[in-house]
Design a protein. Structure first.
Length: 134
């Protein structure tokens, strides 16, 4: 498993993460080793031009949404140099890049998915000490 796969799993689990990807496929939007912030995303709210952490055909990328097919629940992922990686389902879009070097990315408001509430082993909600079960 590569670093982007591990990042994808963390974001899919609800974490907001910061990391420094390498490579030149997203220049000038993201340069190699710039600090990016990625948060869980509601894929139904994505727009062409959003930068997402997504798995396409077995590989995880931090690339652009280049087309959307909402009826099929999928997006096309491409780099910033014109190479299309392919189509992937909403379920394989883990997160959206919300900042590069702490500079907020445009049009990310309202796209970040709120974390799911904690669930106890019995399937109920938060039952911390001092809270009644009902």
């Amino acid at each position: 498993m590569g670093a982007l796969d591990a990042h994808g799993m963390r974001v899919a689990g609800g974490a907001v993460i910061r990391f420094r990807p390498t490579g030149s496929s997203m220049v000038p939007l993201i340069r190699s080793r710039q600090l990016v912030t990625v948060a869980p995303v509601d894929p139904a709210r994505l727009e062409v031009g959003d930068i997402v952490l997504a798995r396409v055909a077995g590989t995880t990328y931090l690339h652009l949404v280049s087309a959307i097919n909402p009826d099929a629940g999928r997006v096309q992922i491409s780099n910033n140099r014109g190479r299309v990686n392919g189509w992937t389902s909403y379920a394989r879009v883990f997160g959206i890049c919300t900042a590069v070097d702490d500079v907020p990315r445009p049009r990310t408001a309202g796209k970040v998915r709120a974390p799911a509430p904690p669930v106890t082993a019995d399937g109920g909600g938060d039952r911390s000490p001092g809270r009644s079960a009902g």
